[in-house]
Design a protein around this ligand. Structure first.
Ligand code: UT7
Length: 424
């Protein structure tokens, strides 16, 4: 467990109340990514649509992207892999999680949430879980929610994941969109801490008048799936690139400026900006030209991954840490924009140590065993639920099966009332 965290298992009520009176801060203490293996280059795309490596590089900065081509790779599997890595880096067990937030525009299902699948795969029995859709701004929106949960005392550990497989919603005949996006996931663990710093400020914005500029028209209640919606490619992403570009340049500059001011910092005090990785020209026009933040202070990795939407900022954050660009004591800004239209930015005073000491082999083995156990427990619960439904008759039915069900339900409800609470 991170020594920065206030979470102390076994702390009694008085001790916990005292700890709650001290100022709380929301620190990022763990981070991880997951990327599909398949690399798709610009030349690969030039074989599909009328485009070229030269056009894509010069207009966007993208050289290649990752694509989830294996049936085993999906938004949930990538999210789970990134989340496990974040917990490993933080050295926090999944059982400590209070909330799992998954920011995604390409969820595993319309319902249930991808976050619930992550919660189940991690074996986090105490955690609430929900998805958050703010498109490419979603990860920063998630950080804002996590910070609020931590500062209010409602949660000690919140896992925030940004995960996408947007290539599964692309029109591979539309060169305006199919060249831009890639798949991947990034996750961070936000923990309560008494060490001043962490997530200092968050700015969230939206302008629904631009909802038509970037959208998947069908699949929701406006246009449920029909043969017609499929034939008209309405389940695929459509975009007015130029309009989104104009909005993005302003939104990213304004968001960054506002988050920095709200944190009581000046732009000169910012050590590193990690922007949403959509187009290098957007980053240059907004953060570099408008805000005059030197290029060396801006992290860019979109040449390798393209736009991974809600996953782009956490993936870039992890790579910036790996590259030695993030150090304790630095001020970071994460800024994004996306469909909605939405924008979001956060200023962070980084505190967590970034050097990785390799964990002893038994820790990894223990962690892996925990995940296997979580999987076995999940299967068992599913089977037990099915067996219960199959074997038992309707409640209160005047049969043996009906009476048995009534008795079991009564026993279960008594246990729920009297069991020692697993939550605070
Ligand atoms: O997370 C948010 C997601 N979305 C974004 O961030 C998108 C923001 N927008 C952009 O990044 C840019 O607008 C694009 C990269 C999408 C397009 O760049 P652009 O400089 O705005 O190009 P354009 O749309 O003005 O198109 C210029 C020309 C057009 O040809 P004509 O009409 O001048 O003959 C397009 O048809 O380039 C053509 N074009 C292409 N040519 C080769 C558009 N896409 C392509 C392509 N390959 N892939």
């Amino acid at each position: 467990m991170s020594n920065a965290t206030s979470h102390q298992p076994g702390m009694n009520g008085v001790g916990r109340q005292r700890a709650m009176l001290r100022p709380r801060y929301a620190q990022i203490v763990g981070w991880g990514t997951a990327l599909p293996e398949r690399i798709v280059t610009n030349d690969d795309l030039a074989r599909l649509v009328d485009t070229s490596d030269d056009w894509i590089r010069s207009r966007t900065g993208i050289q290649e992207r990752r694509m989830a081509t294996s049936p085993k790779e999906s938004t949930a599997t990538l999210a789970i892999q990134a989340a496990r890595e974040a917990l490993r880096v933080a050295d926090v067990p999944a059982s400590s999680l209070d909330v799992v937030i998954c920011a995604t525009t390409s969820p595993e299902y319309l319902c249930p949430s991808t976050a619930c699948l992550v919660q189940n795969a991690l074996g986090a029995p105490r955690a609430g879980a929900f998805d958050l859709n703010a498109a490419c701004s979603g990860f920063v929106y998630g950080l804002s929610v996590a910070r609020s949960l931590v500062l209010s005392g409602d949660a000690d550990y919140v896992l925030v994941v940004g995960a996408e497989t947007l290539t599964r919603f692309l029109d591979w005949t539309d060169r305006n969109t199919c060249i831009l996006f890639g798949d991947g996931a990034g996750a961070v663990l936000v923990a309560a801490s008494h060490e001043p710093g962490g997530i200092l400020s968050c700015v969230l914005g939206s302008d629904g008048s631009g909802s038509d500029l970037l959208m998947v028209p069908a699949g929701g209640s406006a246009h449920p799936p029909t043969m017609e919606t499929v034939a008209n490619r309405m389940h695929m992403l459509r975009m007015d690139g130029k309009a989104v570009f104009r909005f993005a340049v302003q939104a990213m500059a304004d968001g960054t400026r506002d988050a920095v001011a709200k944190a009581g910092l000046s732009l000169a005090e910012v050590d590193l900006v990690i922007p949403h990785q959509a187009n290098v020209r957007i980053i240059q026009s907004s953060v570099v030209k408008q805000l005059k933040i030197p290029e060396q202070k801006v992290f860019v990795n979109l040449e390798r991954y393209g736009n991974t939407s809600a996953a782009s900022i956490p993936i870039a954050l992890c790579e910036a840490i790996e590259a030695g660009r993030v150090r304790p004591g630095q001020n970071l800004v994460l800024a994004g924009f996306g469909a909605g239209l939405t924008w979001a930015a956060t200023a962070i005073h980084w505190c967590a140590p970034v050097e990785r000491t390799p964990a002893p082999w038994w820790k990894d083995a223990q962690r892996e065993a925990g995940y296997q156990l979580a999987s076995a427990r999940s299967t068992w619960r599913r089977l037990a639920r099915r067996a219960y439904a199959d074997v038992m008759g309707p409640a209160d039915a005047p049969t043996v099966r009906g009476r048995l069900r009534t008795a079991i339900d009564a026993g279960r409800s008594a246990w729920q009332t009297h069991k020692p609470s697993s939550r605070r």
